[in-house]
Design a protein around this ligand. Sequence first.
Ligand code: ATP
Ligand code: LTN
Length: 331
Amino acid sequence: MERKVMFSAVQPSGIPTIGNYVGAIKNWVQFQDEYDCIYSLADLHTLTVKQVPAELRARSYELLALYLACGLDPEKSIIFAQSHVPQHAELTWVLNTMTYPGELARMTQFKDKSAHHAENINMGLMDYPVLMASDILLYGAHYVPIGADQKQHLEITRDLAIRFNNRYSPTFVVPEPLIPKMGARVMSLQDPTKKMSKSDENVNAFISMTDKPEDIIRKFKRAVTDSDMCVKYDVENKPGVSNLLTIYSIFTGKTVEEAEREFEGKGYGEFKQAVGEAVVEVLRPINEKKEALLKDKAYLNKVLADGKQKAEYLARKMLNKVYKKIGFIQL
Ligand code: ATP
Ligand code: LTN
């Protein structure tokens, strides 16, 4: 039986947070034996917000090293940089001609980011979902493992696939999102009604995967909770504590109920310390591997070169098919 294809990506727009880890990267690792997995560094996407060139380059290597340190295996999966495969930008052009400005203008991420970067509302920021659709459709991906915030973009991707298939003939696979039951939306430590984001201006709001142990513990200790001193899962009334319980459960493998029992009658201080320690223990070996990998740029470049070659082969095949259906001359 042919294996299903899986595609996902993270932008090297900052250091990944534990939200990116549990919402996305951690789950990607498990799929590698079951699916044909393709994982990308979404570097083209980062240009929708102003970037400093040297920092973008350094963060791209850092993200690649983190992918590998988390267990993504270039022998099993295709790992590549989006900017190395020109077909992503080419398919975006085609899909742009089938996308309506209205459907992009109502995307939550576009509205949030426009409010945040009012001085730089560029066409790319609005077109972000069409580039994301191209990423996915080029490889005929059946599944896209993402956090809950990306669900809307996946719906546009599905609409575009269906629109193209209807106008021409069946070409694209209509992909399904895979959103984890737990950890699909890790919340900010400073405002537990907002998602944790690597580009938050308050560094206490997020835990970066590369934060030092003492900073991780300190940030959890300062996490906003409530005043009733009871470790109980109740998203509505206790969003801060519920977020910490979710994080604790994912990082220890215990259920939320087990965690509630463990901290019954204990104060928030002890609970927050335990959450911090659980996260530190999971991130420690990942960071050690990442540091070692970053010292070997030749190896990282080789991973990217191999990934580019494999990804481009698939992308070129799909784009040729698209160009043929559209009516471009085939040489
Ligand atoms: P930025 O802050 O630069 O917009 P981001 O932190 O939202 O970035 P992305 O690179 O856009 O991260 O997202 C990468 C993946 O991580 C996506 O699948 C996204 O759904 C997931 N993700 C991002 N934030 C969270 C979160 N707080 N909880 C769970 N998953 C998340
Ligand atoms: N937009 C995504 C990152 C991303 C992506 C993709 C995710 C770019 N291309 C394709 C899944 C599939 C984000 O998480 N902000």
